[in-house]
Structure formats: C-alpha cells, structure tokens
Write a protein that binds this ligand. Structure first.
Ligand code: 13P
Ligand code: ZN
Length: 271
C-alpha cells in the first residue's frame, strides 16, 4: 500500500486550500471542495474494505452509489488543511443505500464532511449528466464577487453582461455566462437542489450575499473559473462608480466569440 500523504490528489487538495486561503477566498471555515476520485486510484493508498465509520448524508445521492470523494470537513479552516490534512479532510464513499457516506480516511477528530455536501453531491450529479468528465465542485467566498452581489441586480443576463464587459477574457473563460441564486439559507437540501439545477446550464453559480460555486474536470478548471469571475467582479467594484471612458461593446463580444469560436449565450447580448 502506498503512503497516502504522498498521494498527488491529497497534495493538490492541500495546495489548493492553502492557495485559496491566502487569496482571501476562504476566511475561517468558509468554502468547501469535493473531488470525485477513481476507486482504483484511492485503492493504491487505502484498503477500500475498511470503513472507519458511516455518516448519514441527509439526502438521497443514489446516482453516486459507490463513488469516492475527497472532501473538506465542516467547520474546518482551509488554512489548516496543509498542516493537518487527516483532520481537515476526509475520503468518503457513497454507500449502496445512497444516503450514507462511508468514511475511508480522515476526519480524524470525529468530524464530518462539509455542511454543503447536498450542494456538492447534487451538483456532481447535475454536471455529470452534462459532462461525464466533471470531477470537482468548489465553493468559496471571494471579496469582490460578494460585494458585487450587494450592489448589482441578481439577474443572470444582467450580471453576465456586466462581467463579460469588465475584461476581454471573461467571455472566453465563461461563454455560457453565470447562474445566480437569490439569497437562501445555506447548508440545506433546498439550496443544494437550486444550485444543482443551475449547474445544468452554468459552470459558475453565484450565491447572492454568500459566495460562488464553480466546477470542472480538474482543480485548475474549477479554480480558474472562480478566479476569473472574481477578477471581473473586482474590475466592476473598482470602476462602477466612475465615469466610463472605454467599454467593451456587444459588437466587441461578438468579435471575441468569432475569434475564439465560442458557444456563448447569444440571448445575453443586445444584438
Ligand atoms: P462548512 O464549514 O460546513 O464547509 O461550511 C462553510 C461554508 O462556506 C458554508 O457555506
Ligand atoms: Zn459558504
């Protein structure tokens, strides 16, 4: 059996959480990540027949039966993952009943997975139906995105247009736009269902006055989406109150779409 502390997936979780903490995206216990891992890969490091304990999930995740995830713990700080991954992370498998998580490793202090597991697993189910290669769901609280949701109408078309017009790369990185949810109580099955529904259309979902969800085939895709939205939101918050001298027009966006061959939300433009 290989040493799990040398597993590339564990090292990537440690590096990503540390990076996000230092960027200010994840204050205190803010944010959570789940990553679906192949059983063969996990089996190189762990005895998959050894279930440490079982934890009810509180919802039906039957389509993910037998799937294994490495996931951040509830109440755990991203800044601490790097120093003690075995306490702050866990590796779980969705049991045959679809409503129980089998703990295979981690949550050493008796802890459990993020309170946002419903939004994560329901979003995994949604994204897999769109892109079978999707593996990551990532949630965090970046400053400018949160600030923007305080002052900008929570309308998908309007917010997408604003983000696209903040910087040239926006439409290239998220041509499908961003989904937006109104303020909702977090950690519930209801916000999980609403997020998962949006994830059928978008890889980015904003939670008004709370944060952002991103997804991807790997950590770079999910993180790259989030940091690009955050950068565009930052441009908006730095300039929204100032007179505009230059602006990306709808015609410019059409030209970008042609140049990069983008399958973008054409109904989000006024052309
Ligand atoms: P957890 O500590 O349960 O992961 O919650 C953090 C969070 O961001 C809630 O939305
Ligand atoms: Zn949150």
């Amino acid at each position: 059996m290989k040493n799990i502390f040398e597993a590339p997936f564990l090292i990537e979780m440690m590096r990503t959480t540390a990076n996000m903490y230092r960027l200010g995206y994840d204050e205190r216990n803010g944010g959570n990540i789940s990553w679906m891992l192949p059983a063969e890969t996990v089996g190189e490091y762990l005895d998959l027949d050894n279930v440490i304990r079982t934890i009810p999930t509180g919802f039906d995740a039957s389509p993910l039966k037998g799937k294994i995830f490495i996931v951040t713990g509830t109440g755990k700080y991203f800044k601490n993952v790097e120093v003690d991954p075995e306490t702050n992370l866990g590796i779980i498998r969705i049991a045959a009943d679809g409503t129980t998580a089998e703990l295979l490793w981690g949550f050493k202090d008796g802890g459990k997975f993020t309170s946002e597991l419903p939004a994560h697993l329901m979003s995994h189910i949604s994204r897999m139906s769109i892109d079978p290669e999707n593996r990551i769901i990532m949630h965090c609280h970046p400053d400018y995105t949160l600030a923007m949701t305080q002052v900008h109408p929570a309308d998908e078309r309007a917010i997408t247009r604003t983000l696209w017009k903040q910087m040239t790369e926006s439409i290239v990185v998220f041509p499908e736009g961003v989904g937006v949810l109104p303020w909702m109580v977090c950690g519930t099955n209801a916000i999980g269902e609403a997020t998962a529904e949006k994830m059928k259309e978008y890889r980015i979902v904003l939670w008004t006055l709370h944060g952002i969800y991103g997804c991807g085939r790997d950590m770079d895709e999910a993180f790259g989406l989030i940091e690009t939205v955050e950068k565009a939101a930052k441009m908006y918050m730095l300039t929204a109150h100032l007179p505009k001298a230059n602006e990306i027009t709808d015609e410019n966006l059409v030209d970008l779409a042609a140049r990069f061959n983008l399958n973008y939300r054409k109904d989000f433009l006024d052309i």
